[in-house]
Design a protein around this ligand. Structure first.
Ligand code: PMP
Length: 374
């Protein structure tokens, strides 16, 4: 099997989490909303314990956590959920960055189609958004600012703490997409003043198909979003539908493990990055995104003169990584993130996103041989 180096797309489930998910699948199969028997109660207890675990990691109350199918759904709920409220109170100015995940950008564009004024903030070539660029754009009718915590293509950490601090003094909602940072930068998340926070399970070795939206209360009130679906009272009415109890329990357990093992994760993933940089030190490359503000488990790198597409096809049998952009086998689309950073076209076409986990077995021999051979 090829070496798996695409953890930012999806990380393999942790074996301990898999055992717990399997145990719940086998033993806790009631509907968490069944009130008439013990199986329902047992499922409900599992869900509420998981909710408490995630809330405690984030320093929130458990009633502030809404389980969803993942960060895509959470982002859609946070943004599209504000449509009616924004129209009703006449606040229709919304701000986001040009390097957000599509699950933020597309709902934002949908609001624009519905009459909202959308402002996009661009980073410089470091891949970082400047705090002043966001704050200088806010107006009396700004409803929402949405800024991701860590970019999924470059690993660059965005300054959400100072942005949240300033926005909290104004009457502006702040949404943070923390799909890539939850479990890795929990300390910053605990210290950031946001109103809504999107989380994803499979980036922290939980099962795919589970995530959450944290809706922080202000004076006891949650952010004024409407649900996207109707037909049940689950998740306080924000997200109706039968709860996937084993996935929720797996998500909470993976979140707990990532919190408890954060130091080991940091040490191991950083050692892999150093090892990689050491092996390529004689080659000609540029790193895309400021390495001083980058997660230790990811690197976006362009080897000069070597197209990423040719690397993918030559090394398909040896390595699994990506260029982090929308890419189908028949159709290559240059990364909109690297384009928004103003990078040269050839650098963008050469960009590889390589991402790993704490226990990744990383062996770059074939990779280096191939790059050297060109
Ligand atoms: N936001 C970011 C920054 C992401 O990296 C991803 C996953 N690629 C998502 C949102 C979507 O997350 P999910 O797969 O949980 O829907």
């Amino acid at each position: 099997m090829p070496v798996y180096l695409d953890y930012c797309a999806s990380a393999p489930i942790d074996q301990r989490v898999l055992s717990e998910v399997t145990r719940i699948f086998m033993n806790v199969y009631g509907n968490a909303d069944s009130r008439t028997h013990l199986f329902g109660l047992q499922a409900k207890e599992t869900v509420e314990k998981s909710r408490r675990t995630i809330a405690e990691i984030l320093g929130l109350d458990k009633s502030e956590i809404i389980f969803t199918s993942g960060a895509t759904e959470s982002n859609n709920l946070a943004i599209l959920g504000l449509l009616e409220y924004g129209l009703n109170i006449g606040k229709k100015h919304i701000i986001t960055s040009a390097i957000e995940h599509k699950s933020v950008l597309e709902p934002m564009h949908y609001l624009k189609k519905k009459g909202f004024e959308l402002e996009l903030i661009y980073p410089d070539s470091s891949g970082r958004i400047k705090v002043e660029d966001v704050l200088s754009r806010t107006k009396k009718d700004t409803l929402l600012v949405s800024i991701m915590h860590v970019n999924n293509e470059t690993g660059v950490i965005q300054p959400i703490e100072p942005i949240g601090e300033e926005l909290s003094k104004q009457d502006i909602l702040f949404h943070v997409d923390a799909a890539q940072s939850f479990g890795k930068l929990n300390g910053i998340l605990r210290n950031t003043k946001y109103n809504m926070l999107s989380l994803s399970g499979h980036k922290i070795q939980a099962p795919q198909g589970i995530g959450a939206l944290a809706l922080k209360r202000k004076k006891y009130k949650r952010p004024p979003i409407n649900p996207l679906f109707y037909g049940g009272q689950q998740e306080y009415g924000f997200r109706p539908g039968t709860l996937p109890v084993p996935l929720i329990a797996g998500f909470a357990y993976a979140a707990l493990l990532s919190e408890q093992e954060k130091n080991v994760w940091e040490k191991n993933t950083m050692a892999i990055k150093e090892q990689f940089l050491n092996t390529i030190k004689d080659l000609r490359y540029v790193i895309n995104g400021d390495p001083n503000y980058c997660l230790p488990n990811i690197i976006n790198i362009s080897f000069l003169g070597i197209d990423s597409e040719s690397v993918f096809s030559a090394l398909r049998g040896d390595y699994a990584f990506s260029n982090g952009s929308a890419c189908t086998s028949s159709n290559y689309v240059p990364s909109y993130v690297l384009t928004a950073m103003g990078l040269r076209e050839d650098i963008i076409n050469q960009a590889l996103r390589i991402s790993w986990g704490s226990n990744s077995n990383v062996e770059f021999k074939r990779f280096i041989e191939y790059i050297k051979s060109i």
